[in-house]
Design a protein around this ligand. Structure first.
Ligand code: AMP
Length: 380
């Protein structure tokens, strides 16, 4: 079985912050990095040995990436299948393209999870506008309409709260011209996530469960350890490991879940890569998710994921950056700032995050609130 040893070159499709953090972790281990991204000086390009600046659809550039790399990984899931097949024929792509296909499409993802007997929110695939009207009879109100492909951070999603919203939903469905699903609204008590690593030899390891808070559908904070019972934690980890094994993944898979008011776990979404809700691991675990991803795809033994300290990760969006910089001297000495090198600070764009470590989650939470950077109680 292939082991890609340090000093080899890792090619990353995509030059965003996830690629950047993979590269920083991998450079510490002695790997070299090449990234392909259409925007010059991308977050990953700034720290990689080389950036190939070209659109993902430029096959010559994709071949160039494959020819120059000992192993290829990707940092986003919407990779075109033409590209993955070129990469797979020319280079070593241990993550393969099957998982990408599944996670690119909610219908396939949910059907696959159902076939593994993993609980997901009841859903139906919209075939006609009649489905949108009669969904109330099946799912009650509110219900959620989601595009099958391309949605992220709440984009491509409509919450239908009343009969009046149905007309808007029908219009949106007609205009989108793509497959969509309707999903039952799950009144959850918490959103949690588990990241699992599986290497090419089949060894698996989970990261500690994160408890996630979203604002406007964008991840705002992750609290670790999640404030759930031992039984719920074991159930979340067991479900995550089952998914990783059933899908025979190589690399990382992030599994977002709802914890219902009845204490049941329902899987919402999969991401076949490092995930925002695992950024806490950079400062609070023996092995970060980024190092683990490299270990997994390179066939190295997986690292210890033990949590060393309670931690709250807080995202810095475009609207928060100047406030963070203004208060930089007031950050506690146990706060670890990570910025992604993005030039333009656009509203809701992920610019960085801060990992706040401390003795207890309550103490850290108070520290964050006292800083007054993020407004609570309001929509920021
Ligand atoms: P998604 O794009 O599926 O990850 O959804 C973004 C966010 O919308 C989730 O993190 C939840 O807060 C909310 N959400 C999505 N689907 C549901 C659902 N079926 N029931 C309740 N909330 C949901």
């Amino acid at each position: 079985m292939t082991v890609i040893k340090p000093c080899s070159t890792i090619g990353i499709l995509g030059g965003g912050q996830l690629g950047r953090m993979i590269s920083i972790a991998g450079r510490n281990m002695g790997y070299r990095f090449i990234t392909l991204d259409p925007t010059p000086n991308s977050p990953c390009g700034q720290v990689a040995d080389l950036q190939i600046t070209a659109p993902y659809s430029e096959l010559k550039a994709v071949r160039n990436l494959a020819d120059s790399s000992d192993v290829i990984t990707y940092e986003f899931e919407n990779v075109d299948s033409t590209i993955t097949s070129i990469l797979e024929t020319t280079s070593f792509v241990p993550q393969g393209s099957e998982l990408l296909k599944i996670t690119q499409n909610r219908i396939l993802e949910k059907s696959t999870l159902k076939s593994f007997h993993v609980p997901v929110a009841p859903f139906l695939v919209i075939q006609s506008e009649n489905n949108i009207e009669t969904a109330i009879d099946h799912f009650g109100l509110p219900y959620i309409m989601k595009t099958a492909t391309g949605g992220y951070d709440g984009k491509g999603q409509w919450v239908i709260k009343s009969r009046d919203d149905i007309t808007i939903a029908i219009e949106a469905w007609k205009k989108a011209g793509m497959d969509m699903i309707i999903e039952q609204f799950i009144p959850f008590s918490k959103e949690i996530s588990v990241i699992v690593a599986r290497n090419i030899h089949g060894q698996t390891k989970t990261f500690p469960v994160a408890e996630n808070v979203h604002i406007n559908n964008i991840l705002h904070q992750s609290f670790v350890p999640a404030r759930i019972t031992d039984e719920q934690r074991i159930q979340a980890e067991t479900t995550a490991l089952k998914i990783a094994d059933c899908l025979q993944i190589v690399g990382l898979i992030a599994i977002e879940m709802f914890l219902t008011n009845e204490g049941e776990i329902i899987v919402n979404e999969l991401a076949p890569r490092p995930h925002n809700s695992g950024h806490y691991s950079m400062d609070a675990c023996i092995t970060s998710q980024f190092e683990q991803h490299i270990r997994a795809i390179c066939g190295l033994p997986l690292g210890d994921t033990t949590l060393l300290s309670p931690i709250i990760m807080v995202n810095i969006l475009g609207q928060h950056l100047s406030k963070v910089l203004d208060k930089i001297e007031q950050l506690p000495p146990t706060a670890k700032l990570h910025l992604y090198g993005k030039k333009e600070s656009v509203e809701n764009r992920k610019m960085g995050h801060i990992n706040f470590l401390g003795a207890t989650l309550e103490q850290i939470d108070k520290q964050i609130k006292d800083l007054g950077i993020w407004s609570y109680g309001n929509v920021d």
